[in-house]
Ligand binder design. Structure first.
Ligand SMILES: Cc1cc2nc3c(=O)[nH]c(=O)nc-3n(C[C@H](O)[C@H](O)[C@H](O)COP(=O)(O)OP(=O)(O)OC[C@H]3O[C@@H](n4cnc5c(N)ncnc54)[C@H](O)[C@@H]3O)c2cc1C
Ligand code: HEM
Length: 407
């Protein structure tokens, strides 16, 4: 809890901080990277360049301040969980909070100028540290749960045991611990961070990839879509590296599995809704249920450009066989480019984009969404309108940020 005097100051200055939040975090990153260039290896350069990380940090600090002073009743726990899981997958340490805090508060002073009296600075310092302490505590529990000893790196070397081209733009990697040790369990929906050293001394970059194989299998699988350049955006750094440079026998540095979103929540009917590469957590869920709960009623709703772009599609016949209560509804924008017929399975293929009104629902279903943000916003809004309680809809965002109600 904030002290009463700090709460009054935060409440009074919240609109100014809110209005300048992105300028503050922009200034913050510049200061911090000037003083600590080694931290550049930790942050996602793509997100820095396209502004997404600035928006995520700013949104989190403002949302927390609103929560503390009672200006918002939006549930805060899920945001904390998301940040803490992402942080531990990157190996963030408590000491780094001191560095971030120092530069963030200095940036507030630089942007807001004379408005930042010592009293205002103290109130925001208190806010920052309340948030930092909550995150540090959650992160300590997550490190402990994953067997990462205090002060030890999260990284472990994994050998690429298999490399499979799934579609023109997607490759799967089968991974085994390089030390021959055990393969940790994970919950379908969880991801690992992958750290790579880019060519030409361009430093380290880290990205997250959902585990797309079966928990408990002898190896992990990640399925990576290559992000290609467009007129105003370059090729994706890590996906291009993995596609072009990583072969069987190479090693990759991976974190333990983290991620707060389960793709198999509940015990009753489950609806997995995905688009494009967002299918990866759903595939881990199907593989898992095929072994642990084969009778569970599951509906897979998947949208893709075409059958030829639909990754891991060849696994569906086997999964349908193992899961007699699996129903599949596919939407392909280009149905003509669907090469292999899947007609003998309990499966419907429709042309165009997913119509959320047609997603089969039962009142007790749990739903898991994964795909581009506009897709998930559209589907989630429609499901809420159709009466699905929000706590039954889990979703995974393949980038920084969360969905907004009503967006
Ligand atoms: C929890 C989670 C799970 C995920 N699971 C998967 C998965 O299973 N499979 C998968 O393929 N991906 C997954 N992702 C996404 C993955 O982590 C990466 O974000 C993705 O591979 C792209 O990384 P990249 O390094 O190739 O691209 P980046 O280099 O990070 O680029 C990202 C985007 O920013 C743009 N960009 C970069 N620089 C600039 C600039 N200067 N100006 C404008 N735009 C710019 C790029 O063009 C690109 O569109 C997941 C992400 C998360 C958070
Ligand atoms: C109170 C302090 C902090 C807050 C509020 C905060 C907030 C956030 C948020 C909202 C995200 C995006 C999560 C997502 O949606 O994926 C994030 C990611 C991240 N944070 Fe923090 N963070 C804090 C402290 C730190 C510290 C101390 C470090 C270490 C230097 C750090 C490094 C990172 C990195 C590297 C990412 C991923 C960035 C990326 O993918 O570009 N954060 N943080």
């Amino acid at each position: 809890m904030l002290t009463e005097s700090s709460a009054a100051v935060v409440r009074a200055t919240l609109p100014a901080v809110q209005a300048h939040a992105e300028a503050i975090t922009g200034r913050f990153y510049r200061r911090m990277f000037d003083a600590h260039p080694e931290l550049l290896d930790l942050f996602n350069r793509g997100n820095q360049a396209n502004g997404q990380q600035k928006a995520a940090l700013a949104a989190a600090v403002v949302a927390y301040a609103e929560h503390l002073v009672g200006a918002s009743d939006a549930p805060w726990g899920p945001i904390l969980d998301r940040i803490a899981h992402k942080h531990v997958s990157l190996g963030i340490t408590p000491a780094q909070y001191t560095v971030v805090g120092r530069h963030l508060l200095a940036a507030v002073g630089e942007v807001l100028g004379d408005a930042v009296t010592p009293q205002v600075a103290a109130a925001w310092d208190e806010t920052y540290w309340l948030l930092a302490c909550e995150l540090i505590a959650r992160e300590a529990r997550l490190y402990q749960g994953a067997g990462v000893a205090e002060g030890q790196p999260v990284w472990r070397a994994w050998r690429v045991a298999e490399r499979v081209r799934e579609t023109a733009d997607v490759v799967s990697f089968g991974l085994k611990p390089a030390d021959g040790g055990p393969v940790p369990e994970f919950v379908p929906g969880q991801y690992v961070s992958v750290a790579v050293d880019l060519d030409g001394g361009r430093g380290q970059q880290i990205r997250q990839y959902s585990l797309s194989g079966r928990p408990g299998a002898a190896q992990w699988r990640i399925t990576v879509k290559r992000v290609r350049s467009t007129a105003d955006a370059p090729d994706g750094l890590v996906s291009t590296f993995l596609h072009e440079r990583v072969a069987v026998g190479d090693t990759l540095r991976l974190s333990p599995p983290f991620g707060e979103v389960s793709a198999v929540a509940g015990e009753g009917p489950l609806v997995l809704v995905s688009a494009g590469i967002g299918l990866t957590p759903a595939m881990a869920a199907l593989e898992h249920l095929a072994v642990t709960a084969p009778q569970r009623p599951v509906t897979l709703v998947h949208a893709d450009r075409a059958g030829t772009a639909h990754v891991l599609r060849d696994e569906l016949p086997r999964l349908h066989h193992a899961l007699p209560n699996l129903r599949t509804a596919l939407w392909y924008e280009d149905v003509a480019a669907t090469d292999v017929p899947l007609a003998e399975l309990p499966m419907r293929i429709s042309p165009g984009r997913v119509d959320p009104e047609l997603i089969p629902l039962t009142p007790d279903a749990h739903i898991h969404l994964c795909g581009p943000l506009p897709f998930m916003n559209q589907v989630r809004s429609a499901l809420l309108r159709r009466g699905v309680p929000s706590d039954r809809i889990a979703y995974e965002v393949f980038g920084p940020g969360m969905l907004r109600d009503g967006a």
